[in-house]
Design a protein around this ligand. Structure first.
Ligand code: NAX
Ligand code: K
Length: 507
């Protein structure tokens, strides 16, 4: 995490598999741990979850791979045997001699049978300890067949660290992963627990303390987080006694033309609900006539004589503006965006505003590249992301997280890479993965609401990345509250409780 940021509780940190390896090594070198002790602790957690989830379980199958994930499995098998379970261990390959996994295997008195012979019975409990953080390619066929047998027999599956086959850094199914009922992971979540499809394959996730001291984070500052109020509540806007409407913050939204005004209105209403004290829609006379028939407390300002930059700059204390929802005219969007980036208001560029730079994204990135804090927030969905960052979108080696981080670095913008697993990345290398999104957010106008929320939080003084993270989370909560078949107007209607700290603390 960068030094300028408010400290974040490290319990919501997410570790890449590489960082997790560093944490293991650090705990062994400096934290008074041994590898085998960490493994025993991991196995104890797996055993505890198994017994808690399936009290009275008799037959437990443990599928053990050749690495340390398998080592956790051997150690868990021993512990489950000690408490009287009928444990059947099916192994794939031999652990490296003298490794922790080899020690764990040696200490386990169960009979080891080849995983190819695995024969579960209906409803048995299976511990999947085939592969964890070390998997980088498709599962071996024999492992895939074993997991398929477990599914066919309707076994209850507990995955150790990750469902085997899921890449811990990207959440991608490398081939052969099946859904677990429970996943027990260690120390902190990995990106693969949060990114799709990994998240959906994990089932319920338990994070077990395996004895890695949390002072590890004094040395390795966390840069990656699961999104939620803990990440940004210190900078979340709070009502103050002496506020007036402009000191609370003023948002401007650029309107589309006469027959495309709704998107700007959704953004404007969301900015109000985020707590902006004043919101102005800027548009031509024909568009404003339509807005005037719909809005009451939102102000309207005509932009007849130029692109609208002059009118924007004349607005009192405008801290953020939204450009793109329903906007249309690409040439004007480009001119306006480049103009705004030379001025104080933060620019939230969405939808048509992003598409306007498809042919020359570097023009936008150059304009955004300034010393100090970023002044640009981009909110692309996958299609728009591919228009601005085609090479990143096509790069099969990069996870969604990796793509968002590289995009943020390149564009000097906070990038909100939307989807069911929205990633919010900052140019300084911090990123958050959001998990409270729901299918009900996949509706026309939902993105306009999100852009308005982002601007609404920014105009009240939240730092840009934190504002974007807060907006994505609030948007997700609203989606849940609005329920199935919600339309974007419903999202605006249910926003209010989630934009006040007192309400979401109680929730
Ligand atoms: N001291 C530690 O490092 C700890 C590790 N832990 C466990 O260790 C796991 C990571 O262990 P490893 O790094 O050994 O990784 P894995 O156990 O996931 O597997 C890696 C092994 O499998 C091989 N392999 C990878 N992909 C393969 C494929 N497709 N086909 C055949 N072989 C393949 C690798 O060459 C390596 O030998 C974690 O997921 C966690 O379960 C825990 O015990 C906590 C402590
Ligand atoms: K596993």
């Amino acid at each position: 995490m960068s030094n300028q940021r408010e400290p974040v509780p490290h319990r919501i940190a997410v570790l890449t598999c590489g960082h997790m390896g560093q944490a293991d090594n650090w705990a062994i070198r400096h934290g008074g741990q041994t590898g085998i002790r960490l493994m025993e602790n991991a196995a104890t957690a797996v055993c505890d979850v198994t017994l808690a989830r399936f009290p009275g379980v008799r037959v437990v199958h443990v599928l053990c791979g050749p690495g340390n994930n398998g080592g956790d499995g051997f150690a868990a098998a021993r512990l489950l045997k000690e408490v009287g379970c009928d444990v059947r261990v099916w192994s794939l390959g031999e652990p490296r001699p003298e490794s922790d996994a080899a020690l764990a295997k040696a200490a386990c008195s169960a009979r080891f049978r080849p995983v190819a012979d695995f024969t579960p019975e209906d409803g048995d409990v299976v511990i999947d300890a085939l592969f964890g953080a070390g998997l980088t390619r498709r599962l071996p066929d024999v492992a895939i067949k074993a997991l398929e047998k477990a599914v066919a027999a309707r076994c209850r599956i507990i995955a150790v660290d990750l469902p085997s086959g899921v890449n811990g850094d990207s959440g991608i199914n490398l081939g052969g992963a099946v859904g677990a009922d429970e996943t027990v992971t260690f120390f902190r979540k990995k990106p693969g627990h949060l990114l799709l499809p990994g998240r959906n394959l994990c089932g319920a996730i338990t994070i077990a303390d395996i004895g890695i001291p949390s002072r590890f984070f004094d040395i390795e500052k966390p840069m990656l987080f699961e999104n939620g109020p803990d990440l940004w509540q210190k900078t979340f806007p709070r009502a103050k006694e002496d506020q007036h409407k402009y000191s609370r913050g003023h948002v401007a939204v650029f309107s589309g033309p006469r027959y495309a005004t709704g998107a700007a209105r959704l953004s404007a209403m969301a900015a109000q609900r985020a707590g902006a004290g004043a919101v102005t829609i800027l548009g031509d006379a024909a568009a404003l006539d339509i807005h005037a028939a719909h809005v009451t407390s939102i102000m309207l300002r005509e932009t007849s004589h130029d692109d609208g930059l002059d009118e924007l700059l004349r607005l009192k204390r405008c801290g953020a503006c939204v450009l793109g929802p329903g906007f249309g005219n690409e040439g004007r969007a480009r001119r306006l965006a480049l103009g705004v980036l030379g001025e104080p208001p933060v620019l939230v560029l969405d939808a048509d505003g992003i598409t306007a730079f498809s042919d020359a994204p570097s023009e936008l990135f150059e304009a955004a590249r300034k010393p100090g804090q970023s002044r640009l927030i981009l909110t692309p969905h996958a299609g728009e992301f591919a228009r601005l960052f085609p090479d990143l979108a096509d790069n099969g080696q990069l996870s969604k997280l990796g793509k968002a981080l590289k995009a943020a670095e390149r564009s000097s913008a906070v990038v909100v890479y939307k989807g069911s697993d929205t990633v919010i990345a900052s140019p300084d290398g911090c990123a958050a993965i959001n998990v409270n999104g729901t299918p009900s957010l996949a509706t026309a106008g939902s993105g306009d609401v999100l852009a308005g929320l982002v601007a609404g939080f920014v105009c009240q003084g939240m730092p840009l990345w934190e504002a974007a993270c807060a907006a994505v989370w609030v948007h997700g909560e609203a989606g849940r509250a609005a329920g199935g078949h919600a339309v974007a107007e419903d999202l605006v209607d249910v926003l209010r409780p989630f934009t006040r700290i007192s309400s979401w603390r109680a929730a």
